[in-house]
Design a protein around this ligand. Structure first.
Ligand SMILES: C[S@@+](CC[C@H](N)C(=O)[O-])C[C@H]1O[C@@H](n2cnc3c(N)ncnc32)[C@H](O)[C@@H]1O
Length: 356
């Protein structure tokens, strides 16, 4: 079932993107900008790839649904070649794909699936930020519980480390703090040369002038969150200014969410920048994993069209609401955010999946 939003500029399909994409004509879409659901590879290894999504559902449904209300967020669909084959089929030759990964876990499997589907690999764009949470777990507590759980009470263990092993490993963890989100950049193979493809299909190039920062420099494959911590990690210019040549986008805030309680909303400015980069005005961008509809709003704001697909009926309703808010002023958006009691914190799945 599809609905036309924002005067037909955004087409929203409710359903599984594999089914929906199968109904879209070949070579009909100019670009795909998307951010698919998470994968937990250890679950995939344990249950087999085919059953991974169902197994993830079984194992995590309780915790995850309680946390997000949305078990579909955990799925192996982004690591399956067939998913990207469908995206490839509907894209025009030379059409770009920008795909955020299933966090750091499973990202390389997604990247391989995209290339195996027939896309030309155009490298990675990295979005670097300071606000990621460490995904590890306190090893000393786990060791103490394992060694002394039956002889010490909870208060004593909480004061730990108690055992020698816990003290020895107290300074260690099992993962680094995430500070970047990689985005796969890929392109459907051209037909002929770039010039021939551009003339035939209008795709195959990326926007440079419109993506220059303050009209200067060349757009880079590094995007920053605008925080001082990240900026300080980059060289300053002759006048000691922060790295102004990079595009800045902080993690999504209440304004980006516009009242949605979706747990993994991407910042609007970031998606707008990416949509602008890989399309020209009036072109069509596909997001098979629409979530709160950020790509739809970004495309509309950039004078493009969007085709969105979302499987979760709750989010489908939220996208419809969000698209109607596009025409509202900033005050109304703000009121919606407050009404929904949106906590101005980015979603992090780390602690839930720690140690898997
Ligand atoms: C990471 S979220 C996307 C968030 C989005 N970028 C935003 O800014 O709101 C992934 C979305 O894909 C949806 N999804 C998962 N499997 C799907 C499928 N097979 N077809 C369509 N949507 C799916 C989930 O319900 C979830 O809302």
């Amino acid at each position: 079932m599809a609905s036309e939003l924002l005067g037909g500029r955004v087409i929203l399909h409710a359903g599984d993107c594999l089914d929906v994409m199968a109904t879209l004509p070949e070579n009909s879409i100019d670009a795909c900008v998307t951010d698919g659901p998470y994968l937990l590879p250890s679950i995939a290894a344990r249950f087999g790839q085919a059953d991974a999504a169902a197994a993830q559902g079984r194992v995590y449904q309780g915790a995850f649904a309680g946390f997000t209300g949305n078990p579909e967020i955990v799925s192996d669909i982004c690591t399956r070649v067939e998913t990207w084959r469908q995206v490839l089929r509907v894209l025009k030759p030379g059409g770009h794909l920008l795909a955020f990964g299933p966090a750091s876990i499973g990202f390389s499997r997604m990247h391989c699936a995209i290339v195996d589907a027939g896309f030309e690999d155009r490298g990675l764009v990295d979005w670097i930020y300071a606000t990621g949470f460490p995904k590890g777990k306190p090893l000393d507590k786990h060791l103490d519980r394992k060694l002394l759980g039956e002889v010490c009470d909870a208060d004593e263990l909480a004061r730990g480390p108690v055992s020698h092993a816990a003290a020895f490993y107290a300074s260690r963890d099992i993962a680094l703090k995430p500070a970047k989100e990689p985005i796969v950049m890929a392109r459907k193979p051209l037909v002929g040369t770039v010039a021939e493809n551009l003339l035939a299909w209008g795709t195959g190039s990326i926007e440079i002038d419109g993506c220059r920062i303050n009209g200067e420099g060349y757009p880079t494959n590094v995007l920053l969150d605008g925080s001082a911590v990240v900026a300080d990690a980059f060289p300053r210019d002759d006048q000691g200014r922060t790295p102004a040549r990079f595009f800045f986008s902080a993690k999504a805030d209440a304004h980006d969410r516009a009242g949605s309680d979706h747990p993994t909303v991407k910042p609007l400015s970031l998606i707008q920048y990416l949509v602008r980069m890989v399309t020209t005005p009036g072109q069509v961008v596909l997001d098979p994993f629409a979530g709160s509809g950020t790509t739809g709003e970004a495309a509309w704001r950039e004078g493009r069209h969007a085709v969105l697909v979302e499987i979760n009926p709750k989010f489908v309703t939220a996208i419809e609401r969000r698209m109607s808010l596009c025409l509202a002023g900033p005050e109304e958006r703000k009121r919606e955010a407050i009404k929904a009691k949106v906590v101005d914190q980015p979603f992090e799945a780390g602690s839930l999946f720690a140690g898997l």
